[in-house]
Design a protein around this ligand. Structure first.
Ligand code: SAM
Length: 233
């Protein structure tokens, strides 16, 4: 297992793991991320947590074949329950899951967080509720990225506990750092989403049954936000 074998998505995630970290990769599946980072000496130890048996076995195989079993613990556990105090974890990655699931894992595992870990999160959708959890729990978003691979758009959100932080509704929706940086991938994402949301609104308007008013209003608000974002140079 080496960096070349990582998807571009996981390579970008790896780039946010601090050098010398003790990493907990929760929902590790095949275990590629911690093994690649250990193989290049980027981190000193790792825990790969998995809630399901088939991916757990895949992670165990990756670790066995890498010869790095002395540096990485593969554990069957739900969420942050994979982390033990003696692991002295300094970075946690949660990647390739919905943002709501990542939020729920963080929330139900709060007792396992020391507050000194860097969180490297790669949600597949559901970024807004995840950012809301981060804000409500005193995490500042220190880096954000949008990337596109194999016709899918991914976001990476990196956060560190900082004390109280306040984000506006638009910052929670688009991402506070994305809003400042406005990368081409970010703009392209919202151009695509604007078209989809306009189509959904059109479909709702043409629907025969009574319109779900709250859904229409939420969509209209999102469309206004996106149009404003895209109209701003
Ligand atoms: N993190 C890898 C990546 O980004 O390529 C694998 C992503 S895979 C789509 C999501 C993995 O998260 C699955 O293997 C699933 O079993 C695991 N998972 C889901 N909920 C979990 C939980 N509560 N605790 C631990 N693992 C979980």
């Amino acid at each position: 297992m080496n960096d070349q074998a990582l998807s571009m998505r996981l390579q970008q995630v790896a780039a946010h793991v601090p050098a010398g970290a003790r990493l907990a990769d929760i929902g590790s599946d095949h275990g590629y991320l911690p093994v690649a980072l250990l193989a290049r000496g980027g981190i000193v130890s790792a825990v790969a947590g998995e809630v399901a048996l088939t991916p757990l076995r895949a992670a165990e195989r990756t670790v066995r074949e890498s010869g790095l079993g002395h540096l990485i613990r593969v554990r069957l556990a739900d969420g942050l329950a994979a982390i033990e105090p003696e692991d002295a974890i300094t970075a946690i990655s949660l990647c390739g899951m919905g943002g709501e699931r990542i939020r729920d894992i963080l929330d139900s595992g709060k007792a396992r967080l020391s507050g000194h870990e860097r969180l490297i999160l790669q949600p597949n959708g559901g970024e807004q509720p995840l950012r809301l959890w981060l804000m409500e729990n005193g995490y500042r978003i220190v880096c954000e990225e949008v990337l596109r691979e194999n016709r899918f758009t991914y976001e990476i959100i990196v956060a560190e506990r900082s004390g109280p932080v306040i984000y506006s509704a638009e910052e929670l929706y688009f991402g506070p750092i994305q809003l400042q940086q406005r990368s081409p991938a970010f703009i392209a994402k919202w151009q695509r989403l604007l078209r989809l949301k306009q189509q959904s609104l059109g479909n709702l308007a043409r629907a025969q049954q009574a319109l779900p008013e709250q859904r229409v209003q939420a969509l209209e608000l999102q469309i206004r936000w996106i149009e404003t974002l895209l109209a701003t140079p």
